[in-house]
Design a protein around this ligand. Structure first.
Ligand code: HEC
Length: 412
């Protein structure tokens, strides 16, 4: 991920700085993905294990059930104690650093990719003309406040009604997504809602699940009876995390797909994904619990994906391509791309902070412009992903010209 936020301010950035930030971004992203795999992997594993536990006659009192598993050349016999065993073991394996590492590395990436280059990736002046400082402040504050609001919902009387809580929580996330798309660039809004959901999930581990488990262990060690509601509360948050996992992963990879984040109904696309994820999880949860597999869930998920594809084809907000009758001349097209795109998309970009053409895409000669017609269509006409944050101030008219060029067939 290139760092180019300072470019628009005309500040010179040394090549060393550019290369260091690029590699820091790569290293942290690597860590983030690995920590995320470890966290999601262990959480899916435990949800599956929990659902597959079976009562058996030979199990002692206070045991919820057991499960037999085979993996890596050995057999595992796992027994789950409700609350706790009568005698505490000397050593316990805790699962928390996967979650914390995912969050810490994710926040570091948010800062490097989005905050340091807010002009390009967080702000879109055609959405809202705010300063980089304001955008970062809104981003940080809304993650903190969003999490507090979720926490408040869970602790309110509503928290005792799982389904109502889920529906209200869903409405809350959709509303916030819509609000974010009115403040940030599409891409920034997607990352923002993803960061909020990720924060909620990690906070569930840090603020609720682990402290309650610690209290339980401490009570048992002191010979006191732990409060059984502690386990229920932790379980509720763990289920929330389970249902939020698939949407959050979608949001994290969505920034590579301009049609998804930089088109008119981007917020609706998020709303649909927030529903598809839980529906797919429901399939696996039912199956792992040994119930009849709810195959209908795949029908719903497929319909949702088709709806997303259809919505993403609706194009960006506010481009009027109908205004243009004649196909533009090739010189017009080249002039637009050369003046709005090529300062970044050339062998040695003149945009400060860019060491090489982003994604290896060069748009500095007539031939290359034609070669990349499909990508230009995708990023500039069918979506408003490029120029990022519209930093080079491409006009609606110019986009309409490019659209007419694509539509005329002379682009091929
Ligand atoms: C300020 C510099 C800048 C300008 C100006 C710019 N781009 Fe980009 N472009 C980037 C960066 C940075 C990326 C990589 C984004 C990322 O890493 O996700 C990129 C990525 C792309 C991609 C690849 C998208 C993908 O599939 O990942 C295309 C296509 C593209 N730009 C086209 C254009 C077009 C067309 C224009 C002019 C209308 C343009 N760009 C103007 C910086 C710029």
């Amino acid at each position: 991920m290139p760092f180019c936020g300072a470019g628009s301010k005309g500040k010179a950035i040394s090549i060393v700085e550019t290369v260091i930030i690029e590699w820091l971004s790569l290293a942290i992203r690597w860590l983030h993905v690995i920590a995320g795999i470890a966290w999601i992997g262990s959480s899916f594993y435990f949800i599956h294990l929990d659902l597959s536990l079976r009562h058996r006659a030979y199990l002692p009192q206070g045991v919820q059930g057991d499960a037999w598993q085979v993996h890596g050349g050995g057999f595992y016999h796992i027994v789950k104690y409700l609350v706790a065993p009568s005698q505490m073991p000397d050593t316990l394996t805790w699962f928390k650093w996967e979650a914390y590492t995912t969050w810490l590395s994710g926040i570091a990436l948010l800062v490097i990719v989005y905050y340091l280059a807010a002009d390009l990736f967080l702000i879109d002046k055609s959405v809202r003309d705010i300063s980089a400082g304001a955008a970062v402040a809104i981003s940080v504050a809304s993650v903190a406040l969003g999490w507090l609001a979720y926490e408040g919902l869970c602790r309110s009387p509503l928290g005792r009604h799982d389904l109502t809580l889920a529906l209200v929580g869903y409405g809350f996330l959709v509303l916030l997504t819509y609000a974010f798309t009115q403040v940030f660039s599409g891409r920034g809004a997607f990352m923002q809602i993803g960061a909020l959901i990720g924060t909620i999930m990690v906070a569930n581990v840090f603020v609720i699940i682990i402290p309650l488990q610690k209290k339980t262990v401490a009570a048992l060690r002191a010979g006191r009876e732990p409060d059984p509601t502690w386990g229920e509360q932790a379980k509720q948050r763990s289920i929330h995390n389970n249902y939020l996992t698939l949407p959050v992963v979608f949001l994290m990879i969505s920034n590579h797909y301009p049609l998804v984040y930089a088109t008119r109904f981007n917020w609706l696309i998020v709303a649909i994904v927030l529903a598809i994820g839980p529906v797919i999880r429901h399939f696996f949860n039912a199956r792992h619990a040994g119930r009849a597999s709810p195959w209908w869930t795949w029908g719903v998920a497929a319909a949702g994906m088709a709806a997303i594809a259809w919505l993403s084809a609706a194009g960006p907000r506010g481009t009027d391509t109908g205004a243009l009758q004649a196909a533009p001349t090739l010189t017009q097209v080249e002039d637009i791309v050369l003046s709005r795109c090529s300062m970044c998309h050339m062998a040695e970009p003149v945009w400060a902070g860019l060491a090489s053409p982003p994604k290896g895409i060069m748009l500095d000669t007539a031939e290359r412009i034609h070669l990349h017609a499909r990508l230009i269509d995708l990023s500039t006409v069918r979506s408003h992903a490029m120029p990022p944050g519209n930093v080079t101030e491409m006009t609606g008219e110019e986009r309409a010209l490019l659209a007419a060029w694509i539509a005329s067939g002379s682009a091929r």
